[in-house]
Design a protein around this ligand. Sequence first.
Ligand code: CA2
Length: 137
Amino acid sequence: MKLIIINGPNLNLLGKREPEIYGSKTFEDYFKKLQEKFKNVELSYFQSNIEGEIIDKLHEVGFNFDGIILNAAAYTHTSVGIGDAVKGIETPVVELHISNVHAREEFRHHSYIASAAKGVIFGFGLKGYELAIQSFL
Ligand code: CA2
């Protein structure tokens, strides 16, 4: 089982700023724990602050991986391009958000990805990534 986690803009700051919303763990530390927990899963991780790099990564993995866990961060609410890329690939995508986007500002309630996603997980903190992996097993 080959899965990839793709994180979008500013998620490289996890654990460093706004711990009240996003927690105090860095994603790199959490990713190591995920790898230990899911030893039978070939798990990769990619983070970019650049929309086109996220689209390129979706094209690269979107025909040969078994699943994509995508937290496109702010691009979720703005990017027709990432939404189109998710529609254009074959690998199923689980959209994920650490925070409960529906309990936050109105502009976070809309997603360009959700309609093409296999499912959406939000509001469970970093634990959501674990739930997303389990959804593919
Ligand atoms: O809850 C999520 O996972 C979000 O995708 C996070 C995005 C936000 O724009 C989405 O509406 C919901 C923001 C990621 C920013 O991450 C930071 C982490 C630490 C410090 C500052 C920003």
